[in-house]
Design a protein around this ligand. Structure first.
Ligand code: PLP
Length: 394
């Protein structure tokens, strides 16, 4: 018999993963070229060429005993120092290796920081629509999740509801900008307003409210849009970063936490993250990948590829009559469904189109289209989307 908690995790599953599996089954029946799988945010671009070269270089140059052995649970000091310096150069921060904890991607980073900060019954606040896995991570720590309703159509935070909903049990607020699933980026003005409310509420409740900035899409920005570095706007910010998307290394599981000294109880939070990494069983982030990304901090994937997909999908679907949010970052298109989102996704499956319903992101009435896929799939999908719209319109 398995635990009740795990029974529930399995029963609720992940809509995204379920779709991914469904895609594989459909490909076997209809042929992969006829299946338009927009379900998973799995980059279809290869990592930049320099990654392969660097892996070989690291294998050749590093002491094999050190490279393949145990290390400080927070990661190699030299790697953390390089990341700190790169952040300081880019964002005018003041980090050193003691502010960086290497993690097994952003998913682990989030779990590490949740484990560090949360007591059972504490509350995590998120803004709809949000990455559905936050809910599972919260349940795993016996914390409650509070969802600030979406502000339609901008999908910027609804400050009025946010301020009303914050309460003495709120321990963590999560933001994710550029956002999965909307592609929306929060402006500096938005971040400042958020910080102002949080500072006010911390004083009112005499508590510490940690702002977790989940940033796997920081480098995936189209055009000249600034993505504010949040630690400079709110003292109690912890950044969760990942190389999964920026370097197409999702399977390699590498990322980090940036914990500034300005956070409340810095020494304890930092020691806690080190301990959480250990007791969650990651022990440390993959050593080869740590050394590799540290040498590739200025590299990123070819964003033009995603940009072309973004333009094609947005304009193509708008022309057919779908209402889409124009994404400024990440690689997702957020589309209003002309009928109930779950029914829409179900009907789309009949056309071999795989999507994730907005309900999974805490925002019914919408669907997410991941466009980190081949342009050919987008072309194949247009007539299907058109037929689906015609079917719905009757
Ligand atoms: N946070 C968000 C918003 C994501 O979209 C994802 C992955 O899609 C993650 C975290 C987890 O990323 P990682 O692969 O680094 O664990």
């Amino acid at each position: 018999m398995i635990s009740k908690k795990m029974e529930n995790f399995i029963a609720n599953g992940s809509a995204i993963r379920a779709m991914f599996e469904e895609g594989k089954k459909m490909a076997a029946i209809y042929g992969a070229e006829n299946v338009c799988d927009f379900s998973l945010g799995n980059p279809n671009l290869p990592p930049p060429e320099t990654i392969k070269k660097t892996i070989i270089e690291v294998l050749k140059e590093e002491d094999p005993v050190e490279l393949h052995g145990y290390m400080n649970n927070s990661g190699y000091e030299d790697v953390r120092e390089k990341i700190a310096k790169s952040l300081n150069d880019r964002f005018d921060t003041n980090f050193s290796q003691k502010n960086i904890v290497m993690t097994v991607g952003a998913a682990a980073g989030l779990n590490v920081i949740f484990k560090t900060l949360l007591n059972p019954g504490d509350e995590i606040m998120v803004f709809a629509p949000f990455f559905g896995e936050y809910k599972n991570y919260a349940i795993s720590c016996d914390a409650d999740i509070a969802i600030v309703p979406a502000s339609i159509p901008t999908f910027q935070p609804d400050f009025e509801s946010f301020e009303e909903m914050l309460n003495p049990k709120t321990r963590i607020v999560i933001i994710n900008t550029p956002n999965n699933p909307t592609g929306v980026i929060y402006t500096e003005e938005t971040i400042n307003k958020l910080a102002e409310i949080l500072n006010k509420k911390q004083k009112e409740f005499n508590t510490d409210i940690y702002l977790i900035s989940d940033e796997p899409y920081r480098e995936l920005v189209y055009g000249d849009i600034d993505v504010p570095y949040i630690t400079k706007h709110y003292n109690n910010t912890i950044v969760v970063y990942s190389f999964s998307k920026s370097l197409s290394l999702a399977g390699e599981r590498i990322g980090y936490l940036a914990i500034p000294e300005t956070v409340a109880d810095f020494e304890k939070v930092s020691a806690g993250a080190n301990m959480a990494t250990r007791i969650l069983g990651f022990v440390n982030a993959p050593s080869l990948m740590q050394k590799t990304v540290a040498k590739c901090l200025d590299s990123k994937v070819d964003i033009d590829f995603y940009d072309k997909n973004r333009q094609a999908l947005y304009h193509g679907l708008t022309k057919i009559g779908y209402e889409c949010t124009y994404p400024d970052g990440a690689f997702y298109l957020w589309v209003k469904t002309p009928i109930d989102d779950k029914e829409f996704v179900e009907r789309a499956r009949k056309y071999q189109i795989l999507l994730v319903p907005g309900t999974f992101f805490g925002c019914p009435g919408y669907t997410r289209i991941a466009y980190c896929i081949s342009p050919k799939t987008i072309e194949t999908a247009f007539p299907k989307f058109e037929a689906l719209m015609n079917e719905i319109k009757g």
